[in-house]
Design a protein around this ligand. Structure first.
Ligand SMILES: [Zn+2]
Length: 430
């Protein structure tokens, strides 16, 4: 039994302007809401994507007030915010104007409404290639919209596939001639939905390695080929060719590092810290590129801020001595380690772990102290930075003692002699 009170009729096509009401239900020539979307005599992609964008932006704004790390932001964007868009993407292609607004909101969220420091196409790359794996929404939307094409090619028993083959018969014949039959009618002109599908499938085929439609392809594999096609090698990799980038990106994303440490390591490796030299010479925001630390007149590039500045060098000298005493007696620190986190892969894993973590903590403290010097006019000397670095290491070891099982804890921290466990109690050596 139909509940006529809940039924709604929509006049379409040539009947769009009919004023009569043949059955006792509500009739409209405008639009109706169906399964979460709006359908009718309107610009459906624009109307639906505008609503999707509103929900997407609301989700980002809800999280924007919290101070999230890049990892946190990527999780919110990839898992929560974009979830409001995927059901639309499989039905309507996003209008360019809405996609532009979506990306503007997404990157404003990623960079805390501040200037974007690194190319968007780099941030879409996976972490091992220098990005964060942020989803490229336009590309993912294309893949979702094209998903039914696999069924059209292979599932001829499905009733709707016959209709799709009527519209697309001539187009799909080039991928698989066996889908063509002279006994079946085919239209020479496809309606807008199928026209959009044709052009997207052509684009996806062009991006695929074999330049053919792969019958076993998934949304993921299509997305990966599209991403590869437009992959943007990070500009820092092009400018500094001699740096071993796979090792650098491994070190930036070292599993031992907390999210905030990864953020600083990533920005430093990409030379994307907002140093005075960058603000002055590249963008003309400020007049002088001089280092903000007390009694330093150096030109503040990333290398100066993280390595050459005198107070910073003294801090690294302490770090070197500390690591020599507790981790590796012949350890020598250098600029490559500090900027890119590069350590010889032949070193023992436990030593690489401990050194990578110490360098990351010191790197973050050095950059924080530089920002305090600039914004708060408080100037930390290396003598003040050292206890903070030590305290960060101690806190991490204490936390791991509680949260890890004894074997994992011992292999992580006791093999480098920073800690020992005595009768179930933790004893720190420094
Ligand atoms: Zn300086």
């Amino acid at each position: 039994m139909l509940n006529l009170d809940k039924c709604e009729g929509l006049w379409l096509g040539k009947w769009r302007n009919r004023p009569d009401t043949p059955v006792q239900i509500k009739w409209t020539s405008g639009s109706i809401r169906l399964l979460g979307g709006v359908f009718g005599n309107i610009d459906m992609p624009l109307t639906n994507w505008k609503e999707g964008k509103r929900k997407f932006v609301e989700t980002l704004q809800g999280w924007g007030a919290r101070s999230l790390s890049f990892t946190g932001k990527v999780t919110v964007a990839n898992s929560l915010a974009t979830a409001k868009l995927w059901y639309l993407a499989s039905v309507f292609t996003p209008p360019d104007s809405v996609m532009k607004e979506i990306n503007t909101a997404l990157f404003a969220f990623f960079w805390d409404k501040k200037r974007e420091m690194i190319s968007r196409n780099t941030i879409y790359l996976p972490p091992e290639k220098g990005g964060w794996g942020l989803i490229d929404i336009a590309k993912k939307a294309k893949c979702l919209y094209s998903r039914p094409f696999s069924d059209i090619m292979s599932q001829e028993d499905l009733p709707w596939v016959q209709l799709a083959r009527y519209w697309l018969g001539i187009f799909i014949r080039r991928f698989d001639p066996s889908t063509w039959s002279n006994n079946m009618p085919h239209s020479p002109n496809a309606p807008p939905h199928y026209k959009a599908l044709q052009s997207l499938v052509s684009e996806l085929v062009e991006a695929s390695p074999s330049k053919k439609w792969d019958p076993g392809c998934t949304t993921r594999s299509l997305y990966d080929s599209l991403l590869k096609k437009d992959a943007h090698i990070p500009s820092v990799c092009l400018n500094k060719r001699s740096v071993p980038w796979p090792l650098t990106f491994q070190s930036v994303q070292h599993p031992l590092l907390e999210n905030r440490l990864k953020d600083t390591a990533w920005l430093v490796a990409h030379h994307a810290l907002k140093t005075n030299a960058l603000l002055c010479s590249n963008w003309g925001y400020i007049r002088s590129g001089t280092c903000p630390r007390q009694n330093c007149k150096g030109h503040e590039t990333v290398e100066h801020a993280m390595w050459y500045c005198s107070e910073v060098l003294l801090t690294w000298t302490w770090v070197e001595g500390f690591l020599r005493r507790w981790v590796m007696s012949d350890f020598r620190i250098n600029k490559q380690m500090v900027i890119y986190g590069i350590l010889p892969p032949s070193w023992k894993k436990c030593k690489i772990d401990a050194i990578t973590y110490t360098l990351a903590v010191a790197r973050k403290r050095i950059w924080s102290s530089r920002c305090e010097a600039l914004f708060d006019k408080t100037f930390s000397t290396h003598v003040e930075m050292v206890p903070y670095i030590k305290e960060c290491l101690r806190s991490r070891i204490k936390l791991d003692f509680v949260r890890l099982n004894e074997t994992t804890f011992m292999s992580l921290w006791c093999s480098v002699q920073w800690a020992r466990v005595d009768g179930g109690k933790l004893r720190l050596r420094f």
